[in-house]
Write a protein that binds this ligand. Sequence first.
Ligand code: PGA
Length: 251
Amino acid sequence: MRKNIVAGNWKMNKTLQEGVALATELKEKLSNATPNCEVIIGTPFIHLATVSELLKDSVIKVAAENCADKESGAYTGEVSAAMVKSTGAQYCILGHSERRAYYHETFDILREKVKLALAHDLKPIFCIGEVKEEREANKQNEVVKAQLEGSVFNLSAEEFSNIVLGYEPVWAIGTGLTATPEQAQEIHAYIRGLVAEKYGKQIAEDCTILYGGSCNAKNAAGLFANPDIDGGLIGGASLKADDFKAIIDAF
Ligand code: PGA
């Protein structure tokens, strides 16, 4: 069964105390609610253990925003998938365009990260999406296809069924520009078609594909109303409990 998901991505925001305050506020706002979607918050590594503990009796699940491409050892400053898992987090955002662009994460590196996340029982939220020039040249389909082939289509069908995809056009992230619901639906349907070609119709039907890129309380309902848009990956609007809750309520 395909799951609808609203996932926050805090990025590099909030001190530990501020993060705890935000998670607490969100927990309270959702305490009497039965959201029509799964709710996840993606936090910096340092928040994971505290926030996971805080949210353990709530409907909110926790994601890391990254993990290392190595199992363990002499990799100063890195955080492994096993460490993320040990905090109580259940998901791991991987392949975010900011990681690809600023930290030079290649298809090969991401393939390793995805493999390690799955090996440690974390569900990857794997992000794909084109930059502005690629959209202008109408190359978005080939870009997302290469990203999928480069880092996740090596997985077995069973492994792939634990992946959530996030389509995030880079030109829409943090810019206030959103893909129109038609643009987003079109490429989400294309992505689902690629998954069907590779893994068959059932796995494609069950695959959650999130839209990300300036998704907010105003535009969420219009996006989520489309058959192939199964929720959102939310950056800026996940930093305020009211805004994030309003997006959850869009379902
Ligand atoms: P945004 O970020 O909602 O601030 O555009 C989305 C993301 O990068 O996941």
